[in-house]
Design a protein around this ligand. Structure first.
Ligand code: SAH
Length: 342
């Protein structure tokens, strides 16, 4: 028997080709696409203007993927909601909905687990299982909106996984998200965070999508960065910064650097000065200082010097801010919930 197709992962063009192949009209695909991505229909039977004949084709050849909520944690402090979603094969991912003055932002996972091995990160400790499908990335938005009754205004790809290590599916997700006949979201409202897969940064620059690239830097030199981020052995700092510079020149989009401040590891004045020297030549960029979330197997603790470090960067001519901590009462630190529930 033919395997059914994950319809939420298909582009409109792919769906059109399939509908023609199954003997239906091409324009049907557009109607179905809108049901799926605008109305967020979770069954073909709910598509009221679709004929019984077309529904039969849909039911025979396609399925609508879905996620189940295993856990929902609501912060009493700031309206942050953290979801643990179960995928059809039992894999688990985390999604976080956050409220800012400019609207709701959602943090999405792109893989089940992660291969990158950053020493301070809970997502990688539990190992890598598989890539998420485009539908499974999209559904984190659709399910969260359905459940919370809130609308997502901006997206950060900063949950579990390395988005550029699941490049094709993430690109397809972005094209579905921004499709005119679908959700039609401007990619200006999307940030993609990477630990620094240099080759993929160049691929992304070529696409010129208008999204914000966030680069997880966390240290200003190879010795220190390799100690906490094994990926640095493959793509050392010089190549990474060159790629960032080229990305900016190609796209005109300033890079956002993430810097998780770890007590006695990267929070001293000398590190701040090295960071200034490293980033100054780039011209326009932004440093996002994150007080590190302590994880159980840790060894790393939160630096008390965030404000001081931030001021030193700003005085040195680097645009820097300390990220507000949201959902502090619900373990919003990425990857912890999944690991606790395995
Ligand atoms: N793999 C991507 C995106 C997911 S991680 C990346 O590395 O950028 C999102 C951000 O959270 C990254 O900057 C990552 O380094 C950071 N991070 C991971 N564990 C953290 C922790 N325990 N405390 C603070 N930030 C952390």
């Amino acid at each position: 028997m033919e395997e059914k197709t994950d319809i939420l992962s298909l582009t409109l063009e792919e769906l059109e080709a399939k509908m023609l192949q199954f003997g239906d009209k091409k324009y049907r695909a557009g109607q179905v696409f809108r049901w799926l991505h605008v109305n967020k229909a979770d069954s073909f039977d709910k598509m009221t203007n679709i004929s019984a004949q077309t529904k039969a084709i849909l039911n025979e050849h396609f399925y609508i993927n879905s996620l189940k909520i295993q856990k929902r944690l609501v912060s009493k402090a700031d309206n942050t909601v953290k979801y643990l979603y179960v995928l059809p094969d039992g894999g688990k991912v985390e999604t976080v909905l956050m409220e800012y003055h400019h609207g709701n932002s959602i943090c999405l996972s792109t893989q089940v687990g992660c291969k990158m091995g950053c020493r301070f990160c809970a997502s990688t400790k539990a190992g890598f299982v598989r890539n998420l499908q485009p539908s499974e990335i999209l559904l984190q938005i659709y399910e969260t909106e359905r459940d919370s009754g809130r609308t997502v205004d901006s997206i950060v790809l900063m949950g579990i996984g390395e988005p550029l290590d699941n490049y094709d599916n993430v690109m397809k997700f972005l094209s579905l998200l921004s499709h005119k006949s679908g959700r039609n979201m401007s990619l200006r409202h999307v940030s993609l965070s990477t630990c620094g897969l240099v080759d993929r940064i160049y691929d992304l620059a070529e696409k010129n999508l208008g999204l914000t690239l966030s680069v997880s830097l966390h240290a200003p030199n190879d010795e220190k960065r390799s100690e906490i981020m094994p990926i640095n052995d493959r793509y050392p700092i010089e190549r990474l910064i060159k790629a960032c510079d080229d990305y900016f020149k190609k796209t005109g989009r300033r890079i956002s650097f993430e810097f998780a401040l770890i007590k006695d590891v990267n929070d001293d004045k000398d590190t701040a000065d090295k960071l200034i020297a490293l980033l100054k030549p780039l011209g326009v960029c932004h440093v996002n200082l994150i007080p590190i979330n302590e994880i159980r197997e840790g060894g790393y603790s939160k630096s008390p010097k965030a404000a001081e470090f931030c001021k030193r960067l700003c005085d040195g001519g680097i645009n820097a801010t300390v990220r507000r901590t949201l959902g502090a009462d619900i373990e919003a630190a990425c990857g912890q919930l999944r690991r606790d529930n395995m």
